[in-house]
Design a protein around this ligand. Structure first.
Ligand code: DGT
Ligand code: CA
Ligand code: CA
Ligand code: ZN
Length: 589
């Protein structure tokens, strides 16, 4: 089996603790496993070495029996007590753990006294008063459980990036001006800008009496419908959108380490802790500390750090932007390089991929253009749907010609008024099943640029889909491939086309692949960023706007581009209109 790490062993022990409670075992027994898990997680030494030396019982908090479990695990890859528990605890009960406010002890009580295992049964028993009548429960608890289940069913557990960013903005806005708030930041997956978000994490540095009043403001915020927990350092709430938000408050001197810890990712943190250990230091959520002569964390000997940058420098790295903290290539890169010239929102000069009332957009070309001007952009590439996309009002050749005339008129009047703005003639052409584009060549050659997208037969086999894309990319009139997988996040998977091959082929043919900035798509996926960087893939941040507000989705696209290591230079719509048109022409040459 793979080498045991401290984190793996700790998580197994934690699982045993939880399952013991679900099985109704003695609470002290469960606590012993929790404590052992926490001890091992915080250990400076590698558990594998301690196992080799047979020294587990010399660690405080690890008794003979748990030590034996770990030795068995190291030898066989199994822990009998865990396997027994998995057999014993009904699978339905495990799902109850995701009902907020319902811990394993209560779950066992309800399960054993009412003899139920499924969430649906639990719902019924909450409604008919059975849960309320159990000792220690009451009507209020039953109600709370019912409400949590309803939340769970109404909303998926994760949400889109735009929703999370919006909730966090509102919260941070209401907290940042409070007395005693010395520093504030979002953390977690939101700060790392992953495409979907589980819960929202906010971190504040504050001291003394301020802490309580900051938590008061947080838990009584108008958007809060339920307080999930309130402690001395952490409070959790549910917002009226059905989302969970966690606020943690730490001492100002702990803020940099806490921010790093709660930003994650877990994988990034694991490597950071190891790098600290390799340099005779210990890194945890409280700070960076020296080790004492026994090799343990010396909490009296902190390494002074006033920012995340300081912590990174202490472990031999330049500052790693939060978006890149996924344990992909960041450690290699930031050992050598002080930065990546990551794309920024202000670099975006124009809008590509927008729909108008000619197809399924809600606004006219002029209205969309004026909204772009208001936002400081220099051009708008209109890309309505092509004729095969009848369901989306795809354009016949006649409508196209009408549209081109209208665009010419708009551009002329801008020029006359001295407005530095250009509407580009584009199309989002369907890629037909055989890979061809949706108009004859004499029409295709008239566009300034073409986005080629798959909207039908997404489920065709991967190799056929790749061939289909290859035909489209080979077509000299294709400038940009649209939303390459066609996925809708949290709703449906996209096609199974081999994105690595698609990237290679696109680069070979001077074709870009868009980052569709709609928060339901965010497609190209950022996980292909390193491949794209290696090949030199060009991309564009495309809002796929159907409304004026849709234009502002560009910010999510920029977030994902940063997460995918895209520099400004590889994003087409950072170019001036003139340079952009020249790039589009190059592909046709
Ligand atoms: P999410 O909420 O599922 O979208 O993802 P995150 O990354 O926000 O995860 P969350 O909210 O559970 O925790 C926030 C951060 O806290 C996470 O990115 C890393 C850190 N963290 C939480 N639990 C652990 C842990 O058990 N070990 C380590 N090393 N870090 C943790
Ligand atoms: Ca989170
Ligand atoms: Ca959290
Ligand atoms: Zn499309």
């Amino acid at each position: 089996m793979n080498k045991l790490t401290n984190d793996i062993v700790a998580s197994k022990l934690e699982e045993i603790g939880t399952l013991l409670r679900l099985a109704g075992a003695n609470e002290f027994k469960a606590i012993a496993f929790d404590r052992a898990a926490r001890t091992i997680e915080g250990l400076q030494e590698d558990i594998a070495d301690i196992i080799d030396d047979k020294k587990l019982t010399s660690i405080k908090g690890i008794g003979k029996s748990i030590a034996q479990d770990i030795y068995t695990y190291a030898e066989t890859g199994n822990i009998p007590v865990l396997d027994d528990l998995k057999d014993k605890v009904p699978e339905g009960l495990i799902k109850w753990l995701s009902i907020s406010g319902l811990g394993p002890k209560k779950i066992y009580k309800i399960h054993s006294e009412l003899n139920i295992t499924e969430i649906d049964e639990l719902k019924d028993k909450c409604k008919d008063g059975s849960v309320a009548s159990l000792s220690g429960m009451g009507a209020k608890s039953a109600d709370k459980i019912l409400k949590s289940i309803e939340w769970m069913e109404q909303f998926s557990e994760r949400c889109h990036l735009d929703e999370a960013m919006h909730i966090a903005d509102v919260m941070v806005e209401s907290l940042s001006g409070l007395d005693g708030v010395q520093r504030i930041s979002v953390a977690g997956s939101l700060r790392r800008r992953t495409e979907t978000i589980g819960d929202i994490d906010i971190l504040i540095a504050a001291e003394g009496d301020y802490i309580n009043s900051i938590f008061d403001t947080f838990t009584s915020h108008p958007s809060v419908v339920e307080i999930l927990g309130r402690g001395d350092t952490k409070s959790s709430v549910r917002t009226n959108e059905g989302r969970q938000a966690d606020l943690r408050i730490v001492k100002p001197e702990q803020f940099p380490a806490a921010l790093m810890y709660f930003t994650g990712s877990k994988e990034h943190n694991v490597v950071m802790r190891q790098r600290a250990r390799d340099r005779n230091m210990a890194l945890n959520e409280y700070g960076l500390f020296r080790l004492n002569s026994e090799g343990n964390t010396d909490f009296d000997s902190p390494v002074k750090t006033s920012s995340e940058k300081d912590i990174y420098e202490n472990v031999g790295l330049h500052f790693v932007p939060p978006e890149l903290r996924e344990d992909r290539n960041e450690f290699n890169w930031f050992e050598e390089n002080s930065e990546v010239n990551l794309l920024e929102e202000k670099d975006i000069k124009g809008v590509l991929h927008a729909h108008s009332t000619y197809s399924d957009g809600k606004k006219s070309i002029l209205e969309m253009a004026e909204a772009c001007i208001e936002r400081g952009y220099e051009y708008l590439g209109i890309t309505d749907h092509s004729r095969t996309a009848a369901y989306a009002g795809g354009l016949s050749i006649d409508s196209l010609k009408k549209q081109w005339k209208e665009i010419d008129r708009i551009n002329n009047s801008f020029q006359k008024e001295g407005v530095n703005f250009t509407v580009l003639k584009g199309i989002e052409s369907d890629i037909l099943s055989d890979g061809s584009l949706d108009y004859p060549e004499d029409i295709l050659k008239e566009f300034d640029f073409i986005i080629a997208s798959v909207h039908s037969s997404l489920e065709m086999p991967a190799d056929k889909m790749l061939e289909r894309y290859k035909r489209a990319i080979e077509n000299p009139y294709t400038s940009i491939v649209g939303h390459p997988t066609g996925r809708l996040l949290l709703r449906r998977d996209g096609s199974s086309v081999d994105i690595n091959k698609l990237i290679e082929f696109a680069v070979e043919h001077d074709t870009a692949i868009e980052i569709n900035a709609n928060p339901w798509r965010l497609d190209l996926d950022w996980r292909y960023g390193l491949k794209a960087k290696k090949e030199g893939l060009m991309s564009a941040i495309c809002p796929d706007a159907h409304t004026i507000e849709g234009i502002d989705d560009i910010k999510y696209g920029v977030a994902i581009a940063r997460k995918g290591w895209f520099e400004k230079e590889r994003i087409l719509n950072t170019k001036s209109a003139e340079n952009l048109l020249a790039w589009f022409k190059k592909g046709k040459g």
